[in-house]
Write a protein that binds this ligand. Structure first.
Ligand SMILES: NC(=O)c1ccc[n+]([C@@H]2O[C@H](COP(=O)([O-])OP(=O)(O)OC[C@H]3O[C@@H](n4cnc5c(N)ncnc54)[C@H](O)[C@@H]3O)[C@@H](O)[C@H]2O)c1
Length: 438
């Protein structure tokens, strides 16, 4: 029996997509959308474009495509803007990032050249390995005002009412919540006082949320995970989500670990190491940026394996994550995992994973989905933390006091059930006893 859904405003007109950082991930995302729009590529990896959703009973045979089920913005209606600390346009930035081949960049050359970043709100203390030259000047309050002005001008020039801002910028140094982050009032005072504990990523988030637009965070920085910006998101009815796109090695981890756990296999050790040679790898070579990433990568196993419930299986798990900057590989990361498993009667076993992945190729479809779903959330009247988007993140944001869900399959179910809820369709519980009733 269908229930009443939620009223969702139509996706009319253009949706402005504002990318903070125009590096490997952003340019691979924009180029991909432009190629797909022209029928020159397939949106592989994107749940919104390829995914289907079962409605009703298995015997009903109803499995529409997600994009035909819920009112999402069409790719033709996306318009892009960006900020970066380098002035390279999207074509130059994509060429330098070296993810896509010329055969993919040439057909969309003009469109990519036309995407020129605005100067960035930047502070080298937050990304030690970057020497940006294309940057705004002023106090933190003045930077926030300039970012707000960029957004408003972009909106006007492109005739769009709706905007989503997504952080695809470098990973900032590790920070914990401080006094300036505790409330919106304290945060706004801190902006006025040019308080150094306000990270550049927080300035973009503040600007976007202040205007009532969703903000998504693709890196592990603290950014919106502070009381002040949670308060602002509530006040302006803006959806937020984060943190850190779940792509290569952590994606594998959250696919494999739930399987071992489901079979009650013990794990003694999980050693993960990576080599990568893109700019992201260079930034992460700085111990303070690495610390932010490490915290994000280490968190996943504990909540999946629940060592407090299974001390005999996971109580002594040694989990280690390393990232090594190795320029020859560029964006083509290699991630190794050695997993020391324990079976029946304590007999040891090992699994080795060697994932030769492409970082930005894995991340780009996540950017697309997050943009479209953040906009959907806004049109559906959802505000604050969007936990149903945990599926996309290594370090999902949750309400205070709630542990995050890391299991990819539970995250997927949560996402699809949220879509069913929004559209007034029944939740799927997988109980299925009714198929056997005589
Ligand atoms: N590719 C993946 O699989 C993946 C997965 C998870 C997270 N991430 C994160 O996504 C982010 C982007 O990754 P990438 O490979 O595109 O990195 P990248 O280095 O190619 O691009 C990041 C861009 O952000 C810019 N930047 C830095 N600080 C800025 C600021 N304050 N304002 C505006 N621009 C700023 C940099 O100049 C750079 O061009 C990184 O933080 C990375 O850790 C990527």
């Amino acid at each position: 029996m269908a229930r009443q859904g939620v009223e969702i405003k139509k996706a009319e007109g253009k949706l402005g997509v504002l990318l903070v950082g125009l590096g490997a991930v952003s340019t691979t995302f924009v180029a991909g959308v432009e190629l797909i729009k022209r029928g020159l590529a397939h949106p592989i990896g994107s749940l919104t474009q390829i995914g289907t959703i079962r409605l009703g009973k298995r015997t009903d045979g109803k499995t529409p495509k997600i994009k035909d089920f819920i009112p999402l913005t069409q790719l033709e209606d996306l318009v892009f803007g960006a900020w970066d600390v380098f002035a390279d346009d999207a074509f130059e930035a994509a060429s330098k990032a070296g993810v896509l081949e010329n055969t993919h960049l040439q057909p969309i050359q003009e469109t990519l050249h036309a995407l020129k970043p605005w100067p960035a709100a930047f502070d080298k203390n937050f990304v030690k390995k970057l020497d940006g030259t294309h940057i705004k000047k002023g106090t933190r309050r003045e930077l926030a005002d300039q970012v707000i002005a960029d957004i408003e001008q972009f909106k006007k020039e492109n005739g769009c009412d709706r905007i989503v801002t997504i952080w695809c910028g470098s990973t900032e140094v590790y920070k914990e919540v401080g006094p300036a982050h505790q409330s919106l009032k304290a945060f706004e005072q801190a902006l006025d006082q040019d308080d150094q504990s306000i990270a550049p990523s927080m300035i973009y988030a503040y600007a976007s949320l202040k205007l009532g637009f969703p903000f998504a965070n693709g890196a592990p920085n603290l950014t919106t995970d502070i009381p002040a910006l949670l308060e602002l998101a509530q006040e302006t009815h803006s959806p937020i989500s984060g943190k850190d796109f779940k792509t290569g090695q952590t994606l594998m981890k959250t696919i494999l670990a739930p399987g071992f756990k489901a079979r009650y296999l013990g794990i003694e050790g999980w050693f993960s190491t990576n080599i990568l040679g893109n700019r992201d790898g260079e930034v992460l070579d700085d111990p303070e940026s690495f610390k932010t990433k490490e915290a994000s990568k280490l968190g996943v196993l504990d909540t999946i394996l629940q060592p407090h419930l299974y001390p005999e299986l996971y109580g002594n798990l040694y989990h280690k994550v390393r990232i090594n900057y190795y320029p020859p590989r560029g964006d083509n990361k290699e991630g190794w995992d050695n997993i020391d498993l324990v079976g029946w009667l304590g007999y040891p076993m090992q699994i080795k994973v060697d994932f030769l992945c492409r970082d930005s190729i894995l991340a780009a479809p996540l950017v697309l989905d997050l943009v479209l779903f953040s906009d959907l959330a806004k049109r559906a009247g959802l505000k604050g933390i969007q936990e149903w988007l945990s599926f996309y993140y290594k370090s999902p944001m949750t309400a205070p006091g709630l542990y995050p869900e890391h299991n990819l399959f539970i995250q997927e179910m949560k996402l699809k059930n949220t879509l069913r809820f929004l559209m007034g369709e029944e939740q799927i519980t997988h109980l299925g006893l009714d198929y056997y009733e005589q």
